[in-house]
Each structure stands twice: as structure tokens, then as C-alpha cells.
Design a binder for this molecule. Structure first.
Ligand code: PLP
Length: 257
């Protein structure tokens, strides 16, 4: 059985974070494991509370998994603070982690900070160079590269900068573009555009978590990066198409088993 570890935050409403990651791993036939960095109290209307886990329990979870089980890929999601970023980076280094997918989570769709703005530099310094692939959206890419990423031209420029920062592969997600939701993949040599028609739905909670976990699942199964990204894109597209109303606000994407 292939395995994937998610290092991320818990979402009590089950649509995003650790819960979305584990559902994605299961749906794609990979055994999912988790190290929780923070607990969020949230529902379909927004985040009401956040508690960060302390360094000891975060590194203990990661060490416990790696010292016993072969981890075929790891996905990193919500990190909240510089302290947590440093803890996760050291733990991954100590355990010689491979196939690291870094979802540069910063702000939830409902507007809550899932990464403190002052921690962006720590993310650039400690984790981007360790990542096999990073998956920022337009807002996150802008915060990381220091210029506005708003269209395909600036997405390509941002991908070059993120690759220079040390991420071997970069996907800049175009979900927030005007018009079609094209994503861009850069492998250090070639730019590949993954076109996609926009799906008209409000129920997109957990989309980014689902996409990055699906890439990790593909890598765990031994897919080449380009194939892992293509399959992840197909998976998240179907998950968004079947997003559904749950509660009073933004509903989750759907995971099929
Ligand atoms: N909650 C947690 C714990 C997350 O990790 C994320 C995204 O990574 C979100 C919420 C945000 O989800 P969305 O912006 O899709 O609503």
C-alpha cells in the first residue's frame, strides 16, 4: 500500500485541511496519515478560532510516522506561524523526507489568516527550497514573489522566481483569474498551461487542499510530476463540479470513493 502524510491544520467542518487531505488520499487509493499543526474551529461560514499546536507535538507526530512507516509523499498545508514552519522543516530534514508537496496556504476564502503575514519570509527561506512542488494561488504567489500576479504573463514570471527560490516544480493556480481557470506548471525548463473552463458554483471550500493532496497521492503512486498534476487537476475539477450545499455558507468539494 502506498502512503502519504499530510502536515496541516484541522477543519472542524470537514471541508478543508487535514480532513479534505485524508478524503482525497482515500479516494485516490493511498493510505493517508496526518500530523496536525493547528486546530481551527470553522464551519461553512468561516473560521471562529485557531489554536496552534506546540513544536514538540508537531515534531513528535512527524517523527512517529517516519521512524516506523515508509512515507511515499508528503503534503504540507496550513502552518500558521514561523515557529511551526521551522519545526516542520527541521522534522522533514531529520527524516530525509522525499516528494514534498507544499501548498502555500495563507488566507481562507472566508478571509482568516491561516499563515501570519510575518511568517511568509520564513516559508520562503525554510520550506520552498525543500519542496519538490509548490502550489500557490494568485494571491499567495504575489505575497511570495513581491509583485502582483494577476494574469498568465505574471504567473509565468512568478513561476520562474519560485523555481529560483528552490522549488523544483511550480504550479501557479489560476482559479482566481478572470475567465477560464488555467493553471501553470513550470518544471525549471518548460511552461505548461493546463486550461480549464470555469465551473459556476459557490461550493469550493477545500479546493486548494484537495488539489495539493491529489498531487501528493499521485507522487506516492509513482506518477511523474506532470501526470500527478494532470490527474490532480482532473480530480479537483470533478470534486468542484460535485461541490454541494452544506450548512448556511460555502459548501465543500465532493470526494468520490
Ligand atoms: N482551513 C484549513 C485548516 C485549511 O488548511 C484551509 C486551506 O488550506 C482552509 C481552511 C481554507 O479553505 P478554503 O479557502 O478553501 O475555504
Amino acid at each position: 500500500m502506498k502512503t502519504a502524510l499530510t502536515i496541516a491544520g484541522s477543519d472542524s467542518s470537514g471541508g478543508a485541511g487535514i480532513q479534505a487531505d485524508l478524503k482525497t488520499f482515500s479516494a485516490l487509493g493511498v493510505f493517508g496519515m496526518s500530523a496536525i499543526t493547528a486546530i481551527t474551529a470553522q464551519n461553512t461560514c468561516g473560521v471562529t478560532e485557531i489554536r496552534e499546536m506546540d513544536s514538540m507535538i508537531i515534531s513528535a507526530q512527524i517523527d512517529a510516522v517516519y521512524t516506523d512507516i515508509a512515507v511515499n509523499a508528503v503534503k504540507i498545508g496550513m502552518l500558521s506561524s514561523s515557529m511551526i514552519i521551522e519545526t516542520v522543516a527541521e522534522s522533514l530534514e531529520r527524516n530525509h523526507a522525499k516528494n514534498i508537496v507544499l501548498d502555500t496556504v495563507m488566507i481562507s476564502k472566508s478571509g482568516s489568516y491561516l499563515l501570519k503575514p510575518e511568517a511568509v519570509d520564513t516559508l520562503k527561506r525554510c520550506l520552498i527550497p525543500k519542496a519538490l512542488i509548490v502550489t500557490p494561488n494568485l494571491h499567495e504567489a504575489s505575497a511570495l514573489v513581491g509583485f502582483d500576479v494577476i494574469d498568465m504573463k505574471s504567473m509565468k514570471k512568478a513561476a520562474l522566481v519560485l523555481n529560483e527560490m528552490g522549488a523544483a516544480y511550480v504550479v501557479v493556480k489560476g482559479g482566481h483569474l478572470e475567465g477560464d481557470a488555467c493553471d501553470l506548471l513550470y518544471d525549471g525548463k518548460e511552461m505548461m498551461v493546463f486550461p480549464n473552463k470555469r465551473i459556476r458554483t459557490i461550493h469550493t471550500h477545500g479546493t486548494g487542499c484537495t488539489f495539493s493532496s491529489a498531487i501528493a497521492a499521485g507522487l506516492a503512486k509513482g506518477l511523474e510530476i506532470k501526470d500527478a498534476v494532470r490527474v490532480a487537476k482532473e480530480y479537483v475539477t470533478i470534486a468542484i463540479k460535485h461541490g454541494f450545499s452544506l450548512g448556511k455558507g460555502v459548501g465543500p468539494t465532493h470526494h468520490f470513493y
